[in-house]
Write a protein that binds this ligand. Structure first.
Ligand SMILES: [Zn+2]
Length: 332
């Protein structure tokens, strides 16, 4: 099996939408490009037009080779402990009123059944280790998922996977639920696309559930011991900040605010920033782990332990892969 080298700082593949020129770019170049200060090295197209250069897979990526897709480990993060669950009833989370309303749509009384069928056959997304971790960070930041328990899955595909030839651009409708039949020929169950959002320029897969043969999984972020020097020091800083009296507004602007941030929430932000600053620039804005002041008295090291655990996923991926290696494969 192929285990790709994990590298959150790798050069990104680029392709010009105008002249199709391809090249590699580093984080600094991409930052300047987004500011309008860089352009396609061949034709000068910049970021402001529709044919702008965008991320594109590099040709030495093994995922480019049709024959290697089944031999590669793929990754996914989910809040489901038993993902992918073939027995999961998609209607279980609907209220009776919603079920009744869906039942009443149309004339044949089968709208609910069709919806449930569509949920069971919608595409699942798999990608590189980096893409899976970045997806989790995005969900924690953007979708109020900071308190959710996440699981990292390593995925082995079925030998019988039917792969759509070629690597494609990400279909724009992939933001919502998508049926593979909408983008592939009948019978195809594995579709490759260039991920432009997570681990940009890496190849991701949209697959149907039955292509997933087996998974290994661990809970993430990793549990970091309370005795870890940074964690114990950070817990002491939080407890000290919590003991300080409420701050009084000093400036006019502060007096206009209804609530002054507490010394405790300021300290929590400082800790978060300290850890975020150790990550690649691109990921720093996606690092929000949700400080819960209520849990401080019962477990002062919970928040710093979570921060350190999240940073480990990026900083020491080999440790994470070793932990996955120790897990049994679960046939799906
Ligand atoms: Zn160009």
């Amino acid at each position: 099996m192929i285990e790709r080298v994990v590298d959150f700082n790798r050069l990104r593949g680029m392709r010009c939408g105008s002249c199709r020129n391809e090249w590699h770019a580093n984080a600094e170049w991409l930052d300047r490009f987004d500011q309008g200060d860089e352009a396609c090295p061949k034709c000068g197209t910049d970021c402001q037009v529709e044919e702008r250069p965008n991320f594109w897979a590099v040709h030495d990526d093994p995922s480019y080779d049709d024959s290697k897709v089944r031999d590669t480990y793929w990754y996914h993060t989910s809040t489901q402990a038993n993902w992918p669950d073939r027995a999961l009833d998609p209607t279980a989370r609907l209220t009776d009123i919603t079920k009744q309303r869906m039942h009443d749509i149309g004339t044949d009384g089968r709208a609910l059944e069709r919806w449930a069928q569509g949920q069971m056959t919608k595409a699942l997304h798999l990608g590189t280790y980096e893409a899976a971790v970045e997806n989790m960070l995005r969900r924690m930041t953007n979708q109020d998922g900071a308190d959710d328990q996440f699981y990292l899955y390593r995925v082995r595909l079925s030998r019988n996977a039917v792969i759509e030839p070629g690597v494609h651009t990400e279909p724009t409708n992939f933001v919502g639920d998508v049926q593979l039949a909408e983008v592939c020929a009948p019978g195809v169950d594995t579709f490759r696309y260039v991920n432009t959002h997570e681990d940009p320029s890496s190849v991701s897969l949209a697959v149907t559930m039955h292509v997933i043969q087996a998974v290994q999984s661990i809970s993430v972020p990793l549990a970091v011991d309370a005795a870890h020097p940074w964690v114990s020091d950070a817990a002491a800083r939080l407890l000290y900040a919590a003991s300080l009296p409420a701050q009084q507004p000093k400036t006019t602007l502060e007096r206009m605010r209804r609530h002054m941030p507490s010394a405790l929430s300021n300290e929590a932000c400082k800790l978060e920033k300290e850890v975020a600053d150790t990550l690649p620039l691109r990921l720093r804005g996606r690092f929000r782990s949700g400080f819960d002041a209520a849990s401080l008295t019962t477990n002062p090291s919970a928040f710093p332990s979570k921060l350190a655990g999240l940073a480990q996923l990026v900083g020491t991926p080999l440790v994470v892969l070793d932990l996955l290696d120790a897990e049994p494969w679960r046939e799906v």
